[in-house]
Design a protein around this ligand. Structure first.
Ligand code: G3I
Length: 464
């Protein structure tokens, strides 16, 4: 990494780099010189930015029922750059009657997350739980077609908006047998249903990463080995799988084991990303901090561990609220464990989250910020989306410059006025320049990769 950025780039918002850095794009760092842009002198003071500095994301589960609570939304928006709908994309929420789909909750999470510059993990397509009764009552042929239709309809509805889907969730039993868990899918369709689900998913949205997700597979044990063998088999036969999700629900009876990193490493060696998808650790004080530190440190040590999601914003809304397993207490105050996690991610604790001015890239001190996210990838091209957000004052106009990577070209743009200068795309507002304080808008463009899939980098956002 020898490239030095032009000095002006040092003033770039760390937050503005989230999208470009945020999803395991280690190679992007090199090609875009973005590590240098994140300037060690300005260590991140929130979880998402800290994770982004190493090409990772740090996410949370979000629930629509709490988005209206100002502190909930503000804490989520400030700290995280990935969101997972806690219940809103599950089968019972999206298709409670056969063929009648309800996307309202999922859409709300996607809209909130996107406006806040977060990406989204889809959770979950095929799971024995939160499954409507009508699915369990179907015969094999009907069940197969219902499963295919469910996967395809959800993935196509959210095509381009989901970073990774938990295609199949919790298909293996606990205990020493490593057996499949009984479920309508397993019982009627047999072992092949998981492979079939992944193949169907790839066809439905080729741009989303496809994950298998489970709990109690965090260390090396019979259950994780059964999952490992399935992934190994899939990779050897070309069954499309991109990632494994390790839920990470821990408590004193089920602590983080000493082989945690080793387990991540063995999966990564199969050629899949590994992601911590539902992390929560019951406890408090330094013991809780130590356990979280172990998990985060292990992920940081494994190149293909490209993101961590905690299963909720605040203890008071956790599914295990009595165990106080999260990073913020019921009053949205940072717990001791927060600093441990931020430090393990490479960030610097101590910033006052109430003072937006403590990050020079924060909307509090910049007229506008711009955040890149890839929203879709297919064939020889991909779509990029930039979220432009006003700082703490209203703006009437904005201009964003985006640097492409040779030999990329841009055949199409939308929601802005485009002009080009070499590899720099300049987008000016086109009817969407007027933004209130903290408000955002988006514009997009298609990039012909021409063999270079590096993420375009935001070079500047200026506003009047
Ligand atoms: O929304 C209804 C509400 O209208 C009703 O009054 C109330 C009565 O019980 O229930 C509410 O729904 C609850 C829902 O959470 C929303 O709060 C369900 O009963 C409750 O079962 C559901 O729990 C969710 C659980 O999955 C269900 O399996 C938790 O929120 C959610 O955190 C949890 O998440 C799972 C992951 O998806 C998979 N891995 C394990 C993880 C923890 O169990």
């Amino acid at each position: 990494m020898t490239e030095q950025p032009p000095s002006g780039r040092r003033r770039l918002s760390i937050r503005a780099l989230r999208g470009a850095l945020g999803v395991g794009l280690a190679s992007v760092l090199a090609s875009a010189g973005l590590v240098a842009l994140s300037a060690p002198a300005q260590a991140a003071d929130n979880l998402g930015d800290a994770a982004a500095a190493s090409g990772r994301y740090f996410g949370t589960a979000l629930a629509t029922g709490h988005l209206g609570e100002q502190d909930y939304a503000a804490t989520a928006d400030r700290e995280f750059n990935m969101a997972t709908p806690e219940n809103e994309m599950k089968w019972d929420a999206t298709e409670s009657s056969r063929g009648s789909f309800n996307f309202s909750g999922g859409d709300q999470i996607v809209q909130h997350a996107t406006a806040a510059g977060m990406q989204v993990r889809g959770h979950t397509l095929v799971w024995y739980s939160q499954l409507p009764g009508w699915v369990s009552g179907l015969g094999a042929t009907d069940l197969q077609s219902a499963m295919d239709n469910h996967i395809t309809t959800l993935m196509q509805h959210y095509a381009g908006e989901i970073y990774a889907w938990d295609v199949v969730n919790e298909a293996f039993q606990d205990g020493g047998s490593g057996a499949r868990r009984p479920s309508p899918f397993q019982d009627k369709l047999g072992d092949g249903y998981i492979e079939h689900a992944f193949r169907t998913a790839r066809a439905a949205d080729p741009g989303a990463k496809l994950c298998y997700n489970d709990y109690n597979i965090d260390g090396v044990n019979a259950k994780s080995t059964a999952v490992y063998n399935m992934v190994k088999d899939f990779k050897s036969r070309g069954v499309p799988i991109d990632c494994v999700g390790f839920q990470g629900h821990f408590n004193p009876q089920s602590p983080v084991t000493s082989d945690y990193q080793q387990n991540l490493e063995r999966f990564a060696a199969l050629g899949v990303d590994v992601q911590i998808t539902e992390l929560d650790i019951e406890g408090s004080g330094s013991a809780q901090a130590d356990s979280y530190r172990k998990v985060v440190t292990a992920c940081m040590a494994v190149e293909r561990c490209n993101g961590i999601t905690v299963w909720g914003v605040t203890d008071k809304y956790s599914w295990r609220s009595g165990g106080t397993p999260l990073l913020f207490d019921g009053n949205y105050q940072k717990k001791p464990v927060y600093d441990a996690v931020l430090q393990a991610l490479g960030g610097t604790p101590g910033g006052d989250p109430g003072d937006p001015g403590d990050d020079p890239g924060d909307p509090g001190s910049a007229a506008c910020t711009a955040t890149y996210a890839e929203t879709q990838r297919w064939g020889d091209r991909f779509n990029g989306q930039i979220t432009v957000r006003a700082g703490d004052s209203a703006i009437s106009d904005w201009t964003v410059r985006v640097t492409l990577h040779s030999p990329q070209t841009v055949p199409t743009t939308w929601n802005g006025q485009a002009s080009y200068d070499g590899s720099v795309l300049t987008m000016r507002a086109n009817g969407n320049g007027s933004l209130g304080a903290g408000q955002s808008t988006t514009f997009g463009f298609t990039v012909m990769a021409n063999g270079n899939w590096s993420a375009p980098a935001v070079a500047s956002c200026t506003a009047t």
